[in-house]
Design a protein around this ligand. Structure first.
Ligand code: GBH
Length: 464
């Protein structure tokens, strides 16, 4: 029996670059993802976010879709270059107007807006000036947060500063599979720090501009790391330090973990961390956002024999796993989603319980969870995505299990409301509970959307 608290928040999530389109309209400046997707060879199929789901022009229809799904909350992101084209200076009123209409449209339908300030679309001008490895970017981010707090703070009551800084730092600056496609491990660790600092500056700016009772949060893609055997404890520790504690440490405890600094000493001396930075990064939060897709399995590697690199990461310069040469990422047993990610909801329960143990006073919310599947359209027009229904059911059961064991989990957001631009995979990977036809842009409810509406309305999972 699954049990969710009465005030549990049920929602769906998207991100600006993945759904909006209108990439050069109403004064929007270019972001690093425009540059990335316009560079031949970087995105599967040559896809771009130029049109995406055309959400920018179909706002009313998509608001009605959310209302029909009966969700209590909608997690979206604000495109920084749409509201501040070069990442500095005054607000672009035409771009801001879109988010005003979005927020007002949600509120008028009784849906709580959950705004993420940064879901990877850095203004290109800021990247040209050095990007996240450069300290100024954190300062600019704090200023941008202040502008958004002033403009939307009376109506948005849940703010998420960053989405998955792990991806921004390590995929953007170390493995280069995300924008800005740089492969510089030392710069990636500087990016980690300036993301942490930018988060703290943004929370400070929002506290002084948004509503007094506004909830402050950040979304991390924490890795639930397991070892193949007891002998792999050091591999687990290293991966956990780089992936999780590099953010949890400064943001929640006010200090980088000593083992992370030691592990990475051959890559950087961390001299970009100035006195007071860790205290700035450590702002009191109201809730921690957790994105979960699958656990991570590692084994100690002694340097002999071939090394497994699960999920296709190559070792060395192009790996996101800096200073993890002794860590082997092991392919996990199936079943798998269309991304090749294994389905194992036990990692979500374990992760939530670990967070509850380590940070007992900080509630959590699942800000993303979901799966890509092939989703063929049946002759009758239906998408019978029972595999997605099963995935969601298993993971929601895992959340309720964590709650039953004491974790304070406040909400759950399905990734994603609709099929969208899946970053370097383009449109070939479909995460939506609503299908988007790439020709007509028509939205069609998959079976999982009907299923989720029933869960949202009843507040519980169907039996069986
Ligand atoms: C999220 O990223 C994004 O926030 C969202 O925009 C995106 O559309 C969605 O998920 C689906 O991808 O252990 O090295 O193998 C999730 C990105 C996927 C990053 C799994 C880490 C495994 C890393 N994460 N990935 S590794």
């Amino acid at each position: 029996m699954s049990v969710f608290p009465d005030n549990f928040v049920w929602g769906t999530a998207t991100a600006a670059y993945q759904v909006e389109g209108a990439w050069n309209e109403d004064g929007r400046g270019p972001s690093i993802w425009d540059t990335f997707s316009h560079t031949p060879g970087l995105v599967a199929g040559g896809d771009t976010g130029d049109v995406a789901c055309d959400h920018y022009h179909r706002l009313e229809e998509d608001l009605d879709l959310l209302a029909a799904l009966r969700v209590g909350a909608y997690r979206f992101s604000i495109s920084w270059p749409r509201v501040q084209p070069g990442g500095t200076g005054p607000v672009n009123a035409a771009g801001l107007d879109f988010y005003q209409r979005l927020v007002d449209g949600l509120l008028s339908r009784g849906i709580a807006p959950v705004a993420t300030l940064y879901h990877w679309d850095l203004p290109q001008e800021l990247e040209d000036a050095g990007g996240w490895p450069h300290r100024d970017t954190a300062e600019r981010f704090g200023e941008y947060a202040r502008l958004m707090g002033e403009a939307l703070g009376d109506r948005v009551h849940t703010w998420i500063t960053l989405n998955e800084p792990w991806c921004s730092a390590y995929l953007g600056y170390a493995s280069g599979v995300h924008a800005p496609a740089r492969t510089e491990p030392a710069a990636a660790l500087a990016a980690v720090h300036h993301l942490n600092l930018g988060h703290g500056l943004a929370v400070q700016a929002l506290r002084s501009t948004a509503a007094k009772d506004a909830q402050m949060s950040v979304t991390l893609n924490l890795h639930h790391v397991r070892g193949v055997s007891e002998a792999d404890a050091d591999a687990v520790r290293r991966a956990d330090a780089l992936a999780n504690r590099a953010f949890l440490g400064p943001m929640l405890e006010g200090a980088y973990p000593a083992d992370l600094l030691a592990d990475t000493a051959g890559v950087t001396d961390w001299s970009f961390v100035r006195d007071g930075d860790e205290a700035t990064a450590c702002q009191p939060l109201d809730v921690l956002g957790v994105n979960y897709y699958n656990p991570t399995l590692v084994r100690h590697w002694d340097g002999s024999g071939p090394k497994e690199t699960a999920d296709g990461h190559q070792d060395g310069a192009a790996s996101p796993w800096i200073a993890c040469e002794s860590v082997e990422f092991v392919r996990q047993p199936g079943p798998y989603t269309e991304m090749g990610w294994n389905i194992d909801e036990t990692g979500l329960t374990d992760l939530l319980l670990r967070l509850h143990r380590d940070y007992p006073d900080l509630p959590t919310m699942i800000t993303e969870n979901g799966a890509a599947f092939p989703d063929p359209v049946s002759p009758d027009g239906r998408v019978r995505d029972q595999d997605r229904v099963d995935y969601l059911h298993r993971h929601l059961t895992a959340v309720s299990e964590a709650i039953a064991q004491g974790a304070d989990v406040r909400g759950y957001f399905v990734w994603s409301l609709m099929d969208n631009f899946e970053w370097a995979h383009g449109y070939a990977k479909r995460f939506g509970i609503v299908r988007v036809d790439r020709e007509t842009m028509e939205r069609t409810w998959k079976d999982s959307a009907h299923w989720y509406r029933d869960v949202v309305t009843s507040g519980k999972l169907p039996v069986g």
